[in-house]
Design a protein around this ligand. Structure first.
Ligand code: NAD
Length: 503
């Protein structure tokens, strides 16, 4: 296993390219400064130093990118599926070849720990491989014969699409959204989050070096309110695939109304982990800790509400608290680190403010509650509130940090009411050994994804997405193609024409 010192040296080598030159936009295969000439800074959450200056794109840059994507669409969408498959596999190979660089840059830009980010490239490559293999059949449809007609459906790619991503695990999320768009035959304009733009830049250059034609994938950096907004309003952009906060999703829907944008939203969550007394408590405690404290708790599917049956509440919350206290908080490149610094001082302040708020609301801190770690960065201790009530803001609002709120329940009915009692409906986790109850309870949960006796494990053919304020639409399998493609029905007469005469 490598040491922190080794890793720091290697990370510096990868980051060096941006020390004197800004991160540029990539439009039609060209590196471009923002039309305005402006830049913004991306900082390292470990020590707040500036990692890079980044082109601050706006409406003019988005316009260039949308035109490039429109121009590339005709030839890209006409590529045979098999050829697209081969190219997407070549991109996956190229991602794997730069796995260390991707992991180290992601750690330094986001604060996510290397133990998780070391798999970022592998997961990103898997996303490309999965959709590579579906590319040859993406256009397939159904034969739905009727009397006198042979109805044949087919799918065709929408056109240029916009992809807008958040800062938490940008590399993985970007591959997840863009791989199916390319497999479907769409061209892309990507607007990454301002707070962690670096691996998006690596990704587009990796794709082009692997042979992706110019203009098929364009990258515009810049603020959500200007560059993001322009993308959602652009008439050439047929759809917006967005991952981010629920309030931003609502704003994007308004912005896209005039151009009738198709939207796919993966939004926030306040996901419950429900633990019944008959559960395998050791495994459930491991899962509860894993699902809130891994990835710094900056994870849409984090289990941020712990609902525990009354009879085991104190014992179980003690088990989770002792796990939380034992978690190593530290530098993201330290192989021992589990929780790294949060993305930015503003986000650290937000998370710390919830730790204060929870205490004012009357909940009890059973673990954490303050800054922890090496200092100088945006560190927050893995924290657990007990004695919370459903009406508290810490039980209702997405904190997006390593903060878990535990609430006891009397019986199954109350557990379900609590589990469903927020505006969100992304994921839920259920721990019980009673099969009948597991089936009954999971059937009653209003959440897009439910894991029973398991932590979150992604299987790409399954649908991923949320209900209520957690999203619109699903990713994964054919669901991604449903979004990035139009379905067309062509009806052929199978008998001699017998068209009714009107005159
Ligand atoms: P955010 O909504 O603030 O920003 C996301 C992206 O939207 C950024 O690129 C931003 O620049 C852009 N944006 C902001 N305003 C815009 C506007 N008016 N028009 C167009 N684009 C705009 O979210 P964030 O803080 O970066 O990320 C955290 C959020 O993402 C959390 O709520 C989390 O739950 C959610 N998330 C959801 C999933 C999921 O799959 N459901 C996955 C990861 C993160």
């Amino acid at each position: 296993m490598t040491s922190l010192a080794d890793n720091l040296g290697r990370a510096e080598k990868y980051l060096q390219r941006w020390q004197n030159a800004p991160v540029q936009n990539r439009i039609a295969g060209q590196d471009l400064d923002a039309v305005s000439g402006e830049t913004f800074e991306t900082i390292c959450p470990v020590d707040l130093r500036v990692l890079a200056r980044v082109a601050k794109g706006g409406a003019a840059d988005v316009d260039l990118a949308a035109m490039a994507a429109e121009k590339a669409f005709q030839s890209w969408s006409a590529w045979p599926g098999r050829q697209r498959r081969n190219l997407l596999h070549a991109i996956a190979d190229a991602i794997e070849a730069r796995a260390e660089e991707i992991a180290f840059v992601e750690c330094m830009d986001t604060g996510q720990a290397l133990r998780f980010m070391s798999k970022a490239a592998q997961r990103g490559a898997e996303n490309f491989r999965f959709y590579a293999d579906l590319a040859p059949t993406a256009r397939d449809g159904l034969s739905l014969p009727s009397e006198g007609l042979s109805n044949i459906t087919t799918r065709m790619p929408l056109g240029p699409v916009g992809v807008i991503t958040p800062w938490n695990t940008p590399f993985m999320l970007t591959t997840w959204k863009i791989a199916p768009a390319l497999a479907a035959g769409c061209t892309v304009v990507h607007k990454p989050a301002e707070l962690s733009p670096l691996t998006a830049r690596l990704l587009v250059e990796i794709a082009e070096e692997a042979g992706l034609p110019k203009g098929v994938w364009n990258l515009v950096n810049g603020p959500g309110e200007t560059a993001g907004r322009a993308l959602t309003e652009h008439p050439l952009i047929r759809a917006i695939a967005f991952v981010g906060e629920s309030a931003t999703g609502a704003q994007i829907m308004r912005q896209g109304a005039d151009t009738l944008k198709r939207v796919h939203f993966e939004l926030g969550g306040k996901n419950a982990i429900v633990v019944f007394a008959d559960a395998d408590l050791e495994a459930a405690a491991d899962a509860a800790a894993f699902m809130i404290y891994s990835l710094n708790g900056e994870r849409c599917t984090s289990s941020s509400r712990l609902l525990v049956e009354e009879s085991i509440h104190d014992r179980f919350t003690d088990m989770v608290a002792s796990r939380a206290r034992a978690i190593r908080v530290g530098h993201p490149l330290d192989p021992q680190t589990v929780v790294g610094p949060l993305i930015h001082p503003d986000h650290q302040r937000k998370v710390l403010s919830y730790l204060e708020l929870g205490q004012r609301e009357g909940a009890v801190l059973a673990a954490g509650g303050s800054i922890e770690g090496p200092g100088g960065g945006c560190y927050v201790a893995p924290s657990l509130f007990t004695g919370a009530r459903q009406s508290m803001r810490i039980a209702q609002e997405e904190i997006f940090g390593p903060v878990l709120t535990a609430i006891p329940f009397r019986d199954e009915e109350e557990a379900l009411e609590l589990a469903n009692g927020t505006r969100y409906g992304l994921a839920a986790y259920l721990w019980t050994q009673d099969l009948t109850r597991a089936m009954r309870f999971s059937g009653g949960l209003v959440a897009g994804m439910v894991w029973v006796n398991s932590e979150n494990q992604r299987h790409l053919p399954t649908p991923f997405g949320g209900m209520k304020s957690s999203g619109i639409g699903r990713d994964g399998g054919q669901w991604s193609f449903d979004f990035y493609m139009e379905t067309k029905n062509v009806a052929f007469a199978t008998a001699a024409p017998a068209v009714p005469r009107l005159a």
